[in-house]
Design a protein around this ligand. Structure first.
Ligand code: AMP
Length: 398
C-alpha cells in the first residue's frame, strides 16, 4: 500500500481518463479510461500492478462510468481506503480570466466553472460532471481543479486581445485564453531544471505537438504569447483541426457554400488539419503515406511545418531571441524529422541541431542542439497527469 496517492481525473463528454499517482516519486500506480459513456457498448480499460483488464458494459452516465473505474481498483477484494488517496486532481479546460492557478474545489468554484461553460460548451460541462461524481464518491478528500488556461493568464493585453469591437468582445468574453497550459507549464519548468537555470531567467519557446498542438513564448518565467486563442482551434495545423484560417473563409462557407453551423464546426474541429489535407490524422500514418509518395500527405506535412516555423519566428522576435526551444507531446517527442524541419536553416539565428542527438530516442529530457548552438534545443516528455497530481498534492498538503 502506498501512503499518499493522488487520483487524477480528466472527464470528457463521452469518456473519463484517470490515473492514480504517487505525487512525490511521480510513479503512475494505475491508469484507465472509460469510453463511450451513454452508450450500450461502453468499454473500460484499466491497468495496474495486477495487469491490464478490459471490460465491456452499458455505461449509462458519468456516475456509472466512474463507479466502474472504482470497481476496477477494488476488483481483487481491496478497499478504496487502501489506495491512500489524499487528493483528487481534476483537469478543467476553461478557467477564464478568474482561475489563475490550481484551486481547491468548493461549491462556489463549481458555480464559477459552470458560468464559464458558455466559453467552453464542449469541455467544462463534462469536466463538472466528473467533479460532481468524484466529490460524491470521495467526499473526505480535497478535490483540486487544474485549469488548461491558468498558465496563460499572464498574457499581455496586446497578445490576448482580438482586434474586434471592444464592447462585443467584452460582452461575450471574446479574447485569447490559450490552452494546454498544464503541459507548457510542466515542460518549461522541466526544461529550466534540466539546464540548471533559474526558471524566471530564461526565455523559452515550447512546442507542444500532439494530436492537438500549440506553441508558447515564455519570457522570464511568464507566458507572453501562445498560439491557441478563444478556443483550442486557433494556431498550428493539428491532427484534425485547421488552426489559423482567414475568418472570411468561414463566412464564405456559411454564406456561399451553405454549410450549417454544426457542419462548419465538424469541418474545422474534426475534418481539417492533417486529416482534411491527407485523409489521416495520425502522424505515423502520414509518414507512411509520404514514404509511399502520396502527394496530399506531402503537402499536409509541408503546410504543418510552414505554420510551425511561422510561429517559431514570431515568438523569437517577440522575445528578442530565445535561450531554449523545447519539443514535447507525441509528435514533438518522437518525430525527429519534424524537429529537424522546424529548425532547418536557422544557423544565422544561432539555432543548430545535433543530427545524431536529434535521432536518438529516450524517455528522459535531453538536449538535441549542437555545442555551437547559441539556443539550446530540448526534447522534454510532457506529463500532464503528473503536473495535475503535484498541483493537487501541493494544495492538499499545504
Ligand atoms: P499526443 O496527442 O501527444 O498523444 O500525440 C499524438 C500524435 O503523436 C499522433 O499524431 C501520433 O501519430 C504521434 N506520434 C506518436 N508516436 C510517434 C512516433 N513514434 N513517431 C511519429 N509520431 C508519433
Amino acid at each position: 500500500m502506498v501512503a499518499r496517492t493522488v487520483l487524477v481525473i480528466n472527464s470528457g463528454s463521452s469518456s473519463i481518463k484517470y490515473q492514480l499517482l504517487d505525487p512525490e516519486s511521480g510513479e503512475a500506480l494505475a491508469s484507465g479510461v472509460v469510453e463511450r459513456i451513454g452508450e450500450r457498448d461502453g468499454i473500460i480499460t484499466h491497468a495496474d500492478s495486477g495487469g491490464e483488464t478490459e471490460q465491456r458494459a452499458a455505461i449509462a452516465d458519468h456516475k456509472a462510468g466512474l463507479g466502474l473505474a472504482f470497481d476496477m481498483f477494488t476488483r481483487d477484494g481491496g478497499t478504496l481506503d487502501e489506495l491512500g488517496i489524499a487528493a483528487v486532481g481534476h483537469r478543467v479546460v476553461h478557467g477564464g480570466t478568474i482561475f489563475t492557478k490550481p484551486t481547491i474545489i468548493t461549491d462556489d468554484v463549481v458555480a464559477e466553472v459552470d458560468k464559464l461553460s458558455s466559453l467552453a460548451p464542449l469541455h467544462n460541462p463534462p469536466n463538472l460532471l466528473g467533479i460532481e461524481v468524484a466529490r460524491a464518491l470521495l467526499p473526505d478528500v480535497p478535490h483540486v481543479a487544474v485549469f488548461d488556461t491558468s498558465f496563460f493568464t499572464t498574457l499581455p493585453a496586446a497578445a490576448s486581445t482580438y482586434a474586434i469591437d471592444r464592447d462585443i468582445a467584452e460582452q461575450h468574453g471574446i479574447q485569447r485564453y490559450g490552452f494546454h497550459g498544464t503541459s507548457h507549464d510542466y515542460v518549461s519548468h522541466q526544461a529550466a531544471e534540466h539546464l540548471g537555470r533559474p526558471y524566471d531567467a530564461v526565455n523559452q519557446i515550447v512546442l507542444h505537438l500532439g494530436n492537438g498542438a500549440s506553441v508558447s513564448a515564455i519570457r522570464d518565467g511568464q507566458a507572453i504569447d501562445t498560439s491557441m486563442g478563444l478556443t483550442p482551434l486557433e494556431g498550428l495545423v493539428m491532427g484534425t483541426r485547421s488552426g489559423d484560417i482567414d475568418p472570411g473563409a468561414l463566412l464564405h462557407l456559411l454564406r456561399v457554400a451553405g454549410l450549417s453551423i454544426d457542419e462548419l464546426d465538424e469541418l474545422l474541429n474534426r475534418g481539417s488539419g492533417l486529416k482534411g489535407l491527407s485523409g489521416v490524422n495520425d502522424f505515423r500514418a502520414l509518414s507512411d503515406l509520404i514514404a509511399r509518395g502520396d502527394a496530399d500527405a506531402r503537402l499536409a506535412y509541408d503546410v504543418y511545418i510552414h505554420r510551425l516555423r511561422k510561429y517559431i519566428g514570431a515568438y523569437l522576435l517577440e522575445m528578442g531571441g530565445a535561450d531554449v526551444i523545447t519539443f514535447t507531446a507525441g509528435v514533438g517527442e518522437n518525430a525527429s524529422n519534424v524537429r529537424a524541419d522546424a529548425l532547418a536553416g536557422l544557423e544565422r539565428l544561432g539555432i543548430i541541431l545535433d543530427e545524431e542527438a536529434n535521432e536518438a530516442r529516450a524517455k528522459e529530457p535531453r538536449i538535441i542542439s549542437s555545442t555551437e548552438s547559441a539556443v539550446t534545443v530540448l526534447v522534454v516528455p510532457t506529463n500532464e497527469e503528473l503536473a495535475i497530481a503535484r498541483a493537487a498534492w501541493k494544495l492538499a498538503s499545504g
